[in-house]
Design a protein around this ligand. Sequence first.
Ligand code: CP
Ligand code: NVA
Length: 307
Amino acid sequence: MRHLLTISGVTDDDLATIYDLALAPLDDSLLAGQGVALVFELASLRTRASSATAVHELGGYATFFSDAEIGLGTRESVADVARTLSELFALCALRVRKYEVFEAMRVATDDRMALINLLSPGAHPTQAIADVLTLAEHFGNGDVSSLRGRTVAYVGDATNVTRSLAVALARVGANVHVGAPTAYQLTPDGDENALADFGPGSGAVRLFDNAVDAVRGADAVYTDTWISMGDEAEAEQRRRDLASFQVNDELLGHAAPNAVVLHCLPAHRGEEVTDDVLDSERSLIWRQVQHRRSAMVGVLRWIKEEA
Ligand code: CP
Ligand code: NVA
């Protein structure tokens, strides 16, 4: 049974297949008559919308479950939720507060139901796949190998998005610079360890403690919110600590002349990124949103073992 839980957990060949299937002509009856359960313990716009759209495009149907309705681990055990869903659905895609939910569901269902991670505290793999597709579209007309040797700078809080992005980019040979204050920097741990050794041919992941050094000469600059879901109590402290990591025109002056800008959204305009930058010609944010759907199509097709 195939699962997409982290970028680290998928082989290079499987990732290449996902990138290909995301954009290749599709069979709109691949999921005919099959349901995909979408379980969200946390808020979402893009991930829910793109998942539902991708399932529909492949001929299936998506059913949404909020945590308020099913109480994952509170109204009912995670194991019983998993067993129930596996009786009725072929696949289950989840946004979770704890990564351990995936392992508990695999054990409870004897691995009978495919699982997709739609964001956990330490990973956002479907976002990273969309971001690779977006950058490959921009730099190589869709050819992922065009990213080899490029430099992508991530600036701000090193989040779940940063982790999956860094792994995905390094694995396709891009160099990743992460600029963050020490307390907000990537750490060599977790299910999506962006500081692991990715082997020959991989790009390097380099850490910087200031934004200017991180973006110097970069082909793309990426940022995410300073206040991720679950960090709300630290909001004021985070705004103070991260203020010098805002992506604005001045900072972009240190990047390559035609550098592009990415953001997974939702954006907090005026905090981690300015309006001017987000709405400029160099911003790829709406292509990223489009590719959330392509990425999900690729993941679903790969899980259904079409390739
Ligand atoms: N980028 C992203 O995952 O957006 P949502 O949280 O709105 O799904
Ligand atoms: N880092 C953010 C990403 C939202 C898509 C969060 O976890 O809230």
